[in-house]
Design a protein around this ligand. Structure first.
Ligand code: NAG
Ligand code: NAG
Ligand code: NAG
Ligand code: NAG
Ligand code: CU
Length: 693
């Protein structure tokens, strides 16, 4: 009894001692508290989002530099709620004081569509008499309406309906059998759904009708593969073992691995948010990035026929990369020892909800870190690399986006995104010419051309807040061949163009000049190169936004007009297509274009700046993408340049290392270093290693 009582007291005390890092996402308790505080003053609301209102940077930096004398940033919840008649409220709730500090009715906007909003549509569609009538025209009887499915999308923007009413468009499909992929059986009409009244308000019916596909199903589940002859049998297992555990530590949400330290956040919108990324260089903790996140994306489709222009999903701003994230409980395709973190959100009715194992953290072998063989005597050093991955996977209706933030021992940060899942498809008649706008990927299945454009928000903190961004191009010397300065015509150099002001601080990609962008601290030079310490943005998959200047997508997705935009830091500027994205007309453009227009002369020189990078790929579908796409990877690198005084990972134990003098005394076979780590890497079969030097 006494013991139990003591345990209770202890639990109570630790409960009180839980100290949130100011960057930690809101907990389920904090979400519940925010709901209760709002409910005390406002009735009849549904919740769209409750998330951490991140500490203002100035206040945060003050507290960090002197935690004893500066106040700790308060815990504040950023609330979006919807009242009757699609009325949208934006509010801030101070959780430390338990009170609402800001509450506004925001007119003419629609907050994002949640999973709950999406899931209602299918049942409404199946019961709607006009939809049933359309299905009848395509030969689907009323008894078969349970075989009709829809992927509800935000409507994008449709000038006939504007922004006042909360709408979705239902992309229609049919499943002959519950296990068949509906993307093989698209229906040619598109109902429009009013979220407020929960009814179908209009149906877009094409002039040329397309019949229901008659092709046999094509699927990728086990039963389907069995039918086609079964799985291949020639694969032997590859096991990953980490017999002594992992090399990272996670204390609450602060991750330490090798020389890296960072805070792992998460929100409904951007998904993963990495903050305060530092690299410990010898004894010095050097700041690199204040905050990194994928901030927005747009997927414009290229078929000009109405209503396909409406297909240009902003997956983060319109649905939320956090809300759509997978629970990785049942495997995230990561092998080895995995750590997970959960994610907490609010439901429509105000209940806190948790997605278990939303974030996966693990290490992987990464091949060669560096290697060299002396051709004279074959003495050599080979060092294996490993990497640390912080990842999440989200499902946006038909597509999956696998997001991997990868940390390397050489100081590189890599963002890898893999695209997989299923193509968005449209109906076609047998023998129909789909024109240049799509591909028949399977009989009767037309997959339209589209782009996947991601906007990365980089808040650099390269040895301090005062940074400058340069565009760097590899160019030939200006002097003519035969001139004094370039007699042989072979000269070339890295041409640097400073991003000077908000209105000029943007640039496009140029593969022919190997264009990159340097985020520099101009106040600190590398002692050897005498160049400013910097991190270089290296990104080579940077297509141009294909919707034309002045088009709907161009207006709504202002961030995608250029590969790089640089802005002055502003706490309020997190969402490059605006805070509330659904049903924005782009007149005027929200987000980046508006911020730039508001401060065109704002200097970007040697100050706190943010770099917005839009990259991605243009997808011309093909039969290999069907019925499910093999993952296509894309990579962005942030590389230290003139940041260290030498290769920063020379002290990583090598797999093998011999010197010429060891070779000379005939000890090449058994001499040198072979690390224990590498014996493991080689499955314990590496021969001849002794630890003599
Ligand atoms: C490798 O992994 C498989 C599947 O997890 C397991 O059944 C097997 O025992 C493992 N083999 C070794 C050698 O650890
Ligand atoms: C950033 O990380 C360093 C250690 O790497 C720590 O000393 C500092 O307090 C952290 N700052 C923030 C903003 O969390
Ligand atoms: C990285 O951290 C290790 C300790 O894990 C330290 O020995 C090494 O000096 C650090 N590297 C650099 C470049 O500072
Ligand atoms: C180096 O290796 C090559 C290829 O194995 C071999 O032909 C050569 O004789 C070696 N040289 C020396 C000096 O051991
Ligand atoms: Cu695609």
């Amino acid at each position: 009894m006494v013991l139990a009582r003591l345990q209770q007291v202890a639990a109570h005390l630790t409960g009180q001692l839980v100290q949130h890092h100011p960057f930690d996402p809101l907990t389920t308790e904090e979400i519940a508290a925010a709901v209760a505080i709002v409910r005390k003053e406002h009735e009849g609301l549904f919740f769209n989002a409750i998330t951490l209102w991140e500490p203002r940077k100035e206040e945060m930096l003050k507290w960090l530099s002197s935690p004893k004398t500066s106040p700790k940033p308060r815990r504040v919840a950023d609330v979006v709620a919807i009242g009757r008649g699609s009325r949208v409220y934006d509010g801030l709730v101070d959780l430390d004081d338990g009170r609402i500090v800001q509450w506004e009715l925001t007119e003419g906007v629609q907050p994002l569509i949640t999973m709950e909003d999406l899931q209602v549509v299918e049942s409404v569609v199946r019961k709607d008499p006009k939809v049933i009538e359309q299905c009848g025209i395509l030969g689907i009887s009323e008894q078969d309406m349970h075989k009709v499915y829809c992927d509800p999308w935000t409507i994008g923007y449709d000038e006939r309906f504007g922004s006042g009413v909360r709408l979705q468009q239902a992309l229609m499909y049919y499943r002959p059998h519950p296990d068949d992929s509906q993307y093989t059986y698209p229906l040619d009409f598109c109902p429009i759904y009013n979220s407020d009244t929960q009814e179908i308000v209009h149906i877009d019916i094409p002039e040329v009708r397309r019949q229901l596909n008659q092709a046999p199903p094509i699927n990728y589940h086990a039963a389907a593969i069995e039918k086609e002859g079964g799985y291949r049998t020639d694969l032997k297992p590859i096991n990953v073992t980490q017999p002594s555990g992992v090399s990272f530590t996670l204390s609450n949400r602060i991750l330490h691995w090798q020389n890296w330290t960072l805070h792992i956040g998460f929100n409904y919108r951007e998904g993963l948010v990495l903050s305060n990324i530092t690299f410990t260089d010898k004894e010095t903790v050097r700041p690199l990035f204040y905050r990194l996140s994928l901030a927005e994306m747009v997927v414009p489709y290229g078929n000009p026929t109405h209503p396909h222009q409406r297909k240009h999903a902003f997956d983060l701003g319109e649905y939320g990369g956090g809300y759509m994230t997978n629970s990785l409980t049942h495997g995230c395709d990561c092998k080895g020892e995995i750590s997970y973190l959960d994610a907490a959100f609010v439901s429509r009715s105000g209940e806190p909800q948790t997605i278990k194992n939303a974030i996966c953290i693990h290490e992987e072998d990464a091949g060669i870190l560096f290697k060299h063989t002396d051709f004279r005597d074959n003495s050599s050093t080979t060092t294996r690399a490993r990497k640390l991955l912080v990842s999440q996977i989200f499902t946006a209706a038909n597509y999956e986006y696998c997001v991997y933030w990868i940390f390397h021992q050489d100081g590189t940060i890599q963002l890898e995104i893999k695209l997989t899942g299923i193509l968005n498809t449209y109906a076609m008649n047998p023998g129909e010419d789909v024109g240049p706008w799509g591909t028949e990927v399977y009989p009767g299945v037309n997959a339209h051309n589209h782009q996947h454009l991601f906007c990365l928000r980089l808040d650099p903190n390269i040895d301090g807040q005062a940074n400058t961004v340069f565009q760097v191009d590899a160019v030939a010397a200006e002097e003519e061949v035969g001139s004094e300065g370039n007699k042989y015509g072979n000269a070339f150099y890295a041409k640097k163009t400073k991003m000077e002001t908000m209105s000029t601080g943007m640039s496009d990609y140029e593969g022919a000049t190997s264009r990159t962008w340097d985020m520099c601290n101009p106040n600190k030079l590398n002692p050897y190169s005498k160049k400013p310490v910097s991190y270089k943005l290296v990104s080579r998959e940077v297509p141009r936004l294909l919707p034309k200047e002045g088009s709907l997508v161009w207006k709504r997705a202002g961030f995608a007009r250029h590969a790089v935009h640089v802005t002055r830091y502003d706490d309020a500027q997190l969402h490059p297509a605006g805070r509330h994205v659904p049903q924005t007309s782009g007149d005027p453009s929200q987000g980046l274009p508006a911020w730039i227009a508001a401060n065109p002369e704002g200097s970007l020189d040697n100050t706190d700046v943010v770099l917005w990078h839009t990259f991605g790929l243009t997808h011309f579908p093909s039969p290999e993408d069907y019925p499910v796409m093999p993952a296509e990877p894309m990579t962005v690198l942030l590389r230290p340049r003139n940041f260290f005084t030498q290769n920063p990972c020379l002290d990583v134990p090598p797999s093998h290392s011999t010197t010429p003098s060891q070779m000379a005394v005939g000890r090449g076979g058994t001499g040198g270093i072979v690390s224990d780590l590498s014996r493991l890497a080689f499955g314990g079969k590496e021969k001849g290693g002794s630890d003599e030097v």
